[in-house]
Design a protein around this ligand. Structure first.
Ligand code: 13P
Length: 260
């Protein structure tokens, strides 16, 4: 089934990673907000480091610029040194990125852990942006489909089908992250089709058709139009370029190309 038959609101999210403390984050968010103005056709989300979330929230609350966290633990509270809970994010964030390849690679996050976090996000009315993506070795060995299948089936098991419209999946090939070597829109669309077919198997066509699937990896203002032009790619998860005024241009170009 093509994912293009259902109308999904495009979503551009900026993952600031470990950049911008509270003061810088607040000032940058304020400038993005002022530059973007009102643009209801594309959802846009800023994902600051946890410590900067309240400062950014102070300037974005009441606007249509949404906030996301970059990670969270699945428990509500307790002896989990260094972790942030879903209860702490409620009221500040609408979204939470889970299972980013940097969390999987540097911090040992498994599909099982990502799944527990995704279930917890749903239970706490936070919308998960769950990341999947293959390594260059996997792609070169023709293992992309197998790797993506394992990650999707493992990370996204047991979610409430009737609320699947709250789920965002980010396809982020690891070799494209921070390398300046973006996937082609066709390569990205091929993997997005695999992801959606897996979701159809797991949740049925109607629920799966509501999930937004983004591309991420070296997205810039210069290449966003190619990705946005594909009806099966519902936006982008942007790293480096989201730390620059270029982020505004990426949102504008998405709105222009999606014709929304
Ligand atoms: P870059 O856009 O810097 O390649 O990062 C992508 C990413 O990891 C977003 O989560």
């Amino acid at each position: 089934m093509s994912g293009s038959t259902v109308r999904r609101v495009p979503i551009i999210a900026g993952n600031w990673k470990m950049n911008l403390g509270p003061t810088e984050a607040r000032d940058f968010a304020a400038s993005i907000l002022a530059d973007l103005g009102s643009l209801p056709s594309v959802e846009r989300v800023l994902c600051p480091p946890a410590i900067s979330i309240p400062a950014v929230h102070a300037v974005t609350s009441g606007s249509d610029l949404r906030l996301g966290a970059q990670n969270m633990y699945f428990e509500e509270k307790g002896a989990y040194t260094g972790e942030i809970s879903p209860l702490m994010l409620q009221g500040l964030c609408e979204y939470v990125i889970l299972g980013h390849s940097e969390r999987r690679g540097y911090f040992g996050e498994t599909d099982e852990l990502v799944n527990r976090k995704a279930l917890s996000a749903f239970a706490h009315r936070l919308r998960p942006i769950v990341c999947v993506g293959e390594r260059l070795e996997d792609r070169d060995a023709n293992l992309t489909e197998r790797v993506i299948t394992t990650q999707v089936q493992g990370s996204l098991a047991g979610l409430p089908a009737e609320r699947l419209g709250e789920l965002v999946v980010a396809y982020e090939p690891i070799w494209a992250i921070g390398t300046g070597r973006a996937a082609t829109a066709q390569d990205a669309a091929d993997v997005v089709a695999i992801i959606r077919a897996l979701l159809v198997e797991m949740y049925g066509a109607v629920a799966a058709g509501q999930v937004r699937v983004q591309y991420g990896g070296s997205v810039t203002a210069a290449n966003i139009a190619e990705f946005a032009a594909n009806p099966d790619i519902d936006g982008a998860l942007v790293g480096g370029a989201s730390l620059k005024p270029e982020f505004v241009e990426i949102v504008r170009k998405t709105a222009a190309v999606k014709g929304a």
